[in-house]
Design a protein. Structure first.
Length: 275
């Protein structure tokens, strides 16, 4: 028996999420830092350390430039800040699309160095075999179909998918193949609402929608988008706060106080002790 004391809180894992198919919707958000993970943990079933961190945190134009090292660093932070929610880490572009053995090596490294419970990959016709390879070797995998951010250079931008019949059939087939490969859940992003419902009905694993349908088995958003930290947000985002405005106002008041020598005041200054 291990000499280390076990946590009193059991973290959710792949079987818990898989069992939610058709049940109470699964609440998911992205997380990239320990403080934010701590705030989200009590409300969310699943926290995704998304490669969107390249754009949200590092100011990159897309997710293509995100590295395995970046994902590990942020995955470690989110694990330190959370205790209950399942943590899934995105495998970045170039880390899983080639040889299955290399995909396994990278996925195993992500899980070992972060302690996360699963990895996520953007599925496609060439990725299904690699997903099955990972699952057979003990790596819980979440799939991702529809709009695939890592394919932005091929697509020429972030464009909704599944509006035409041919594309609709292809995405549905990819979703079915991804489920059959052994994933425990599938993110369905940026597709026509009817297609998202069709995918949800067609696969035996939970679907997590983002710009998809309320009929999915769960929903995910980029936390910084729903908190209103950017001037622009995608059509599918509902803003639940205006933190950009709140932060700008707070910083403006601080700047005024500094310039008028109102800060620091007596309450924020240390004084010598008498005697």
């Amino acid at each position: 028996m291990s000499s280390h004391r076990q946590s009193a809180v059991r973290r959710l894992a792949a079987p818990d999420i898989a069992a939610r198919k058709g049940q109470t919707p699964i609440v998911c958000l992205t997380a990239y830092t320990a403080p934010m993970a701590e705030l989200l943990d009590e409300h969310c079933d699943l926290l995704l350390v998304g490669d969107s961190l390249g754009m949200v945190v590092h100011g990159l134009p897309n997710t293509v430039g995100v590295t395995l090292e970046m994902m590990i660093l942020h995955g470690q932070a989110v694990m330190r800040g959370s205790s209950r929610a399942m943590v899934v880490v995105d495998m970045p572009f170039g880390s899983y699309e080639g040889a299955a053995e290399a995909a396994y090596e990278n996925a195993a490294r992500l899980m070992k160095e972060t302690g996360a419970q699963a990895v996520k990959v953007e599925a496609g016709e060439t990725i299904v075999d690699n997903i099955a390879y990972l699952v057979k070797r003990g790596i819980p995998v979440m799939g991702h179909v529809g709009l695939r951010p890592q394919a932005v250079l091929m697509d020429g931008g972030f464009k909704a998918k599944g509006r035409g019949e041919g594309e609709r059939a292809r995405i549905l087939a990819e979703a079915r193949a991804t489920a059959e490969a052994g994933v425990f859940a599938i993110v369905v992003e940026g597709v026509a609402e009817g297609l998202a419902r069709e995918i949800t009905q067609a696969v035996a694993v939970p679907t997590i929608g983002i710009g998809a349908s309320a009929g999915c088995d769960g929903q995910i958003l980029v936390t910084d988008d729903m908190l209103g930290l950017f001037d622009w947000t995608p059509k599918f985002v509902r803003r639940y706060a205006d933190l950009r405005g709140e932060i700008s106002g707070a910083v403006g008041r601080y700047a005024d106080d500094v310039r008028e020598r109102r800060f620091p005041g007596p309450a924020e200054i240390y004084f010598a002790k008498a005697g």
